[in-house]
Design a protein around this ligand. Structure first.
Ligand code: B12
Ligand code: SF4
Length: 431
């Protein structure tokens, strides 16, 4: 039996100021593990650096010597990625890196001698094909869907015909306790007793993708794909049986398709409403009377709205084409329905000045008069490979030279370079 260990190597760095939210599950890895399990490959473990220390992860690799070690990472955690693949490669495991952050940089990642392959986009089909081949003693990599790899001579990137996305409606419900995966420690991880001490929270997804075009976003799925509303309903019901009373829906834009929300709301009406509150990412352009009514029926407690900046011109320049007035109307609808708003901003967008920053703080203030805001977030702009803003950076010859290869960057320096070239504001405000 082929053994596979999947590792989420993206612990929130303590010094980063990023949010420490350990109730989020490594859903992508659990989805892959469930898919392999349902095809008969049951020897799959999932470890998560947000809960398991690096020492624990590496000692599991050394003890169990898995045939395949798969790793997901993000830009803030490339050292963790390197550490894990070094240990795995050293003992002869086949290493595969994947996920959102890996997809646009498969060639850069393959420059690391400890990374044997990179899976772009969804990983279910690729891992199943790899495992199937390995179980038959076949180590050939050619034609494995979504797989970038290297031969002794060169790097092979998957051609268009080798790209395969599973039909989300066909995927099995994610098994949150697969092979002893400790779901309970995620359920115990809610840490905001000031907001809701009784919350038992978890994450799930209903849809993937977003067709909008924000310039700072490196989302890999540009089209909306959906799970079946029936399966979503059943999963929510099963989570309720497990004691969950709050679900973070991680879809990029939950309200993009009112028909989909409508089908889910119909299930609530016909099969019974579920006593689970929802949280979701929502784009302000998708907020109207219809979507607000549907969200209310689905028990949405709070939505995170990426407003990005209080300056209309700057917002438009960065891909969000709406005015402050239409935003205030949309947020007012949410406020009227009693749905809370987590308003989120990006400080340091291309074109940011002291005046536009001032507009942002003023708008955040104004919002509190039309809806209940909670958890207002000011994020510092990080240019992400794969985003239009990254391409902007690559047009500057010096920066192309500096960041055109590899994947390990000093994020503070990268941000500073970005601000120097594209913004004009006092960076003291960021600390
Ligand atoms: C939950 C989440 C978080 C959580 C924590 C994540 C965690 N611990 O698991 C929090 C809120 C902490 C977070 C933080 C950040 N996040 Co985040 N996050 C998400 C979110 C909303 C959901 C991820 C998810 O579960 N998806 C559902 C699963 C089923 O899909 P998936 O993860 O894509 O997995 C599939 C494939 O990617 C692939 N795959 C994934 N992993 C692997 C591994 C292997 C080996 C293989 C083969 C395949 C594979 O197969 C999976 C199954 O099909 C996504 C957006 C989204 N909708 O996906 C953003 C997203 C991943 N985050 C993003 C970013 C930028 C960040 C931050 C860097 C933001 C910031 N500037 O602070 C921080 C990093 C913080 C840190 N820890 O260092 C970006 C990534 C873009 C990029 N290309 O890098 C996304 C896409 C959001 C966006 N629209 O821009 N995030
Ligand atoms: S930031 Fe959100 S709305 Fe904009 S493109 Fe990315 S996922 Fe879509």
């Amino acid at each position: 039996m082929v053994s596979t260990l999947l590792v989420q190597a993206q612990a929130t760095p303590q010094e980063s100021g990023l949010r420490d939210e350990k109730w989020y599950l490594p859903l992508g890895l659990l989805s892959i593990a469930t898919y392999l399990g349902s095809a008969g490959f049951s020897d799959v473990q999932v470890l998560d650096a947000d809960h398991d220390s690096l020492e624990k992860i590496t000692s599991r690799i050394l003890q169990e010597r898995p045939d395949i070690v798969g790793v997901n990472f993000n830009v803030f955690n490339t050292t963790l990625l390197d550490d894990v693949v070094a240990v795995a490669h050293d003992i002869g495991s086949f290493t595969v890196v994947g996920g959102q952050a890996a997809t646009p940089i498969s060639d850069r990642l393959l420059s690391n001698q400890n990374i044997d392959s990179v899976v772009v986009y969804d990983g279910e089909e690729a891992l199943l094909e790899l495992t199937t081949r390995f179980s038959r003693g076949n180590r050939a990599l050619e034609g494995v869907p979504n797989l970038a790899y290297k031969t002794s001579e060169r790097i092979i990137l998957p051609s268009r015909k080798d790209l395969r996305l599973p039909n989300l409606a066909d995927l099995p419900e994610i098994d949150r306790r697969i092979n002893g995966f400790d779901f309970d420690r995620y359920l115990k991880a809610w840490n905001r007793s000031d907001i809701d001490p009784d919350r038992i929270a978890t994450s799930m997804y209903t849809q993937k993708g977003c067709a909008k075009t924000c310039t700072f976003c490196a989302r890999i799925d540009k089209k909306l794909r959906q799970r079946s509303p029936e399966k979503v309903y059943d999963e929510l019901k099963n989570l309720g049986r497990d004691g969950v009373n709050y679900v973070y829906v991680v879809d990029d834009t939950f309200a993009a398709d009112p028909q989909y929300l409508g089908e889910l709301a119909t299930l609530y009406a016909t099969r019974g409403a579920l006593p689970i509150q929802l949280w979701a990412f929502v784009d302000a352009r998708d907020v109207d009377d219809v979507s607000v009514d549907l969200m209310k029926r689905l028990n949405v407690e709070k939505v995170l709205v990426g407003i990005e900046t209080g300056n209309e011109e700057l917002r438009k320049k960065n891909g969000k084409m709406y005015s402050n007035n239409s935003l205030l109307r949309a947020m007012g609808r949410l406020g009227g329905a009693g749905i809370k708003v987590e308003d989120s901003y990006v400080l340091g967008l291309a074109g940011e000045t002291d005046a536009t920053l001032h507009d942002t703080f003023r708008l955040a203030q104004k919002l509190t008069s039309v809806c209940q805001t909670e958890g207002t977030a000011y994020n510092i702009m990080t240019p992400l490979i794969g985003s239009p803003d990254w391409n902007r950076l690559m047009h500057i010859p010096d920066l192309k030279k500096k960041y055109g290869k590899g994947y390990k960057f000093d994020i503070a320096e990268l941000r500073n370079d970005y601000f120097t070239h594209f913004c004009n504001f006092d960076q003291g405000v960021l600390s």
